[in-house]
Design a protein around this ligand. Structure first.
Ligand SMILES: [Zn+2]
Ligand SMILES: [Zn+2]
Ligand SMILES: [Zn+2]
Ligand SMILES: [Zn+2]
Length: 748
């Protein structure tokens, strides 16, 4: 074999390098497995000549290792040649140096004239082992020595410039948006020079690079995971369905297969690993592509539906039939899908969808500066190669940011999560068990106009309202509620109902479009246990969104709570819960702890003591919203004589005649105080036969208790030793009130 001429020797580029890493990512073999094949008794033994292999042996090494038939011939040659370059060296580290130098500085590296027909097997295996499982720290240290070309122990500005140029090459190969990348990379390298000395030391390089995913990716030191993984879920189909990979029918008694929650791509279990087409895109590659709406088609399962383009029926072909767009959900014939209009309207859910062409990645310095575990909010909003996603909103829409508490309402939470992941962009739907509300709020934080939907119980809503307070947003987005599970008083009084029963989510989103914004007061509650007392149970919340009570009502809730923890099977449906409440309220003679309640507590409204002397009180409740324990309204209806605007209302009202004509309001910066006269009466109140005694309407309350009493905030009960309780106005949350139901149901 004669030495190749200059024109034949194409040098390795960073792009080759990234390609090679991609092959390695998909292979399941380890270098040591392949080496075994070259042992005396191995399948490839005859290609080994002492410590060396020839080009054919090298080709077989790659083929066996990467498990590909069609590895590019020219890349194979270039790799082989880079190993040949230091045939005279037996030091494998030097060998690696040469190879890496070739990889990174190919433009300036002149290939040595000395060619041999063989390379050292040890060099080859050593190199691939480092690619295979080298840690970022090792790879960074190694790369540092290469970039430090003059070997003076620091990277000076010309060496840094060279690194930046290499990263730009890699970025354009990876299809990143490079239009504004150069200054960002320069800043990134400046930041790595932590002491601003003008040069980068090894320590600075390693510390700065370790957690910088984009840097690692652009240097080829870290492989990016593939974007576009389907979210598989096992499903039984009750009609014939065809596999998107092998195109044959899903057979078997129950036609079982995997289908993607996000795009409905359907496959045999065995076909899921046979290189399926990627899942639908959730963002575009660069800012330039934003604002360009195009359909994203997925094949199959459009049998007998009407084609949106030619209006003819899509006939079943006993195979994958037709295409549907994952955003607007229109269906077309395969050939019609290629025709105009290609513009996607996003269909009936346009107002809510944040389509892929509204999200793009930018490379950004992460603010965590290496302190891991500080609740990194943006983890879910980064691309696999470490770029941060940004929103460029579609005009005249109100993207819906959905938070689902999958633990609410049995399996219902998970079901709702999956449905929203299909109906909307999965990037706008957040599972609260996976990182809480932070990631969603941070992705949406610069938007001016959007809505939030909380799927969960009252407790979940409180959690999100808290998170909104703490996120310090420029605009407080209004919040709608999809009630899951039990105890959804807040959802009920905002007309979202007492519990989700599997209704069509599209209809619910239509209601959200028609909903109106209301302000809801929120209250700080401070419980100061008397110094002489031992601490009681922990106080469940510091904020009241719904109601607060002491005595009879709370005592019932406390027993209820304890019972439910002991015998959860008795409390598995909303109806049963309601019955249990009723039973507690009527059959129990409430313990003496709440008898003579008025002797054991005092109430001040804005500094003025309430006169409780004429009442036989067993409980006191402070109401913010007109619903409690599944729909009971303790304040009761008020005839519509109260037309004054709340602004004129005094800080505190205690006159019974005025209270009689005062209605309850969740945005008047007042709490309603009511008295409960006993357990028997509670039963009547819960069933709507009676309301409690109106005591006051006030903007501030102080309560002092003299003995341990049961209390509750928003349905969470506890036992509280003697204490002082101070309740003050905190702020107003922006909530969405559902439109009035057309044929307002009797059971609403
Ligand atoms: Zn298949
Ligand atoms: Zn998918
Ligand atoms: Zn479409
Ligand atoms: Zn058609």
């Amino acid at each position: 074999m004669s030495a190749p001429t200059d024109s034949e020797v194409k040098e390795l580029s960073p792009v080759d390098f990234i390609q090679l890493q991609q092959y390695i990512e998909y292979c399941s073999k380890k270098v040591k497995d392949v080496l075994r094949e070259f042992d005396v008794d191995g399948r490839l033994a005859k290609h080994r000549h002492g410590e060396c292999i020839n080009e054919e042996g090298f080709r077989l090494f790659l083929k066996t290792y990467l498990e590909v038939e069609d590895f590019p011939v020219d890349l194979c040659q270039r790799l082989f040649r880079s190993f040949q370059n230091s045939k005279d060296s037996t030091d494998s580290c030097t060998q690696l140096n040469v190879l890496w130098t070739t990889l990174f500085f190919s433009q300036s590296f002149s290939v040595r004239a000395l060619f041999s027909t063989e390379v050292f097997l040890k060099d080859v295996s050593c190199y691939f082992s480092l690619l295979e499982d080298g840690q970022p720290r090792d790879k960074l240290e190694f790369a540092f020595k290469l970039y430090d070309r003059d070997g003076n122990g620091v990277l000076d500005s010309s060496e840094v410039d060279r690194i930046i140029a290499q990263m730009m090459h890699a970025a354009s190969y990876l299809d990143w948006d490079v239009s504004e990348l150069l200054p960002v990379l320069k800043d990134m390298m400046t930041a790595i020079d932590a002491d601003s000395s003008g040069t980068v030391s090894l320590d600075e390089w390693v510390n700065g690079g370790m957690n910088n995913v984009p840097l690692l990716v652009l240097l080829g030191l870290k492989m990016t995971q593939r974007d576009g993984q389907h979210l598989w879920r096992m499903k039984h189909f009750n009609k014939p369905v065809y596999c998107n990979v092998c195109h044959s029918m899903l057979l078997g008694l129950r036609k079982q297969g995997l289908w993607c929650t996000c795009c409905k791509y359907t496959v045999h279990g065995r076909c899921a690993n046979r290189n399926p087409a990627p899942c639908t895109r959730t963002y575009v590659k660069s800012k330039k592509e934003t604002g360009v709406p195009t359909h994203d088609w997925v094949s199959g399962n459009c049998d007998s539906k009407k084609c949106d383009k030619c209006q003819k029926k899509i006939k079943s072909l006993h195979g994958l039939t037709g295409k549907h767009c994952v955003w607007c959900h229109t269906m077309r014939h395969d050939e019609c899908a290629e025709l105009d209009p290609k513009v996607c309207s996003c269909g009936p859910l346009r107002d809510h969808i944040l389509p892929p062409w509204a999200i793009y990645p930018v490379i950004k310095e992460r603010a965590n500066n290496g302190c891991a575990g500080t609740g990194d909010d943006s983890e879910l909003n980064t691309t696999p190669d470490g770029q941060v996603l940004q929103i460029s909103p579609v005009p005249n829409t109100h993207p819906l940011l959905v938070f689902v508490n999958p633990k609410s309402g049995g399996k219902q939470g998970e079901r709702v999560l999956r449905k929203f992941q299909y109906l909307l962009n999965p990037r706008q739907v957040y599972n609260l068990s996976n990182g809480g509300p932070g990631p969603g709020l941070s992705l949406f934080r610069d938007l001016q106009d959007y809505r939030i939907l909380v799927c969960g119980g009252d407790g979940t809503v409180g959690w999100i309202l808290d998170a909104i307070d703490k996120a310090n947003l420029l605009v407080r987005p209004p919040v709608a509620v999809l009630p899951l599970g039990t105890g959804n008083d807040l959802a009920r009084c905002l007309r979202w109902g007492g519990g989700y029963d599997g209704e069509d989510l599209c209809r619910i989103m239509k209601d959200i479009e028609l909903s109106s914004e209301v302000k809801m007061d929120r209250w700080n509650v401070q419980v100061i246990t008397d110094e002489t007392q031992e601490e009681g149970d922990p106080v469940p919340y510091e904020i009241i969104n719904n109601y607060f009570s002491i005595g009879v009502d709370a005592s019932i809730a406390h027993r209820f709570h304890t019972m439910r923890e002991k015998h959860p099977q008795k409390f598995n449906s909303r109806m049963k819960n309601k019955l249990w409440y009723f039973e507690f309220a009527t059959s129990e003679t409430i313990s003496a702890s709440c008898k003579k309640l008025k002797e054991n507590l005092t109430i001040e409204c804005c500094g003025a003591p309430l006169d409780l002397s004429s009442l036989s009180l067993e409980g006191v409740a402070l109401l913010n919203i007109p619903s409690m324990h599944g729909g009971s309204n303790l304040w009761g209806e008020t005839k519509k004589v109260d037309t004054k605007s709340s602004a004129e209302e005094p800080e505190v009202i205690t006159d019974p005649e005025v209270l009689k004509v005062t209605s309850q309001d969740l945005s008047d910066r007042r709490l309603e105080v009511v008295g409960l006269e006993g357990a028997m009466e509670m039963g009547q109140i819960y069933t709507g036969l009676k309301s409690a005694v109106r005591l006051a309407k006030t903007s501030q309350v102080t309560i002092r208790t003299k003995k341990p009493l049961p209390m509750q905030i928003d349905g969470e009960p506890w036992m509280q030793p003697p204490c002082t309780i101070i309740i003050t106005h905190k702020n107003q949350a922006s909530m969405l009130m559902a439109p009035q139901a057309k044929g307002a149901g009797f059971f609403k």
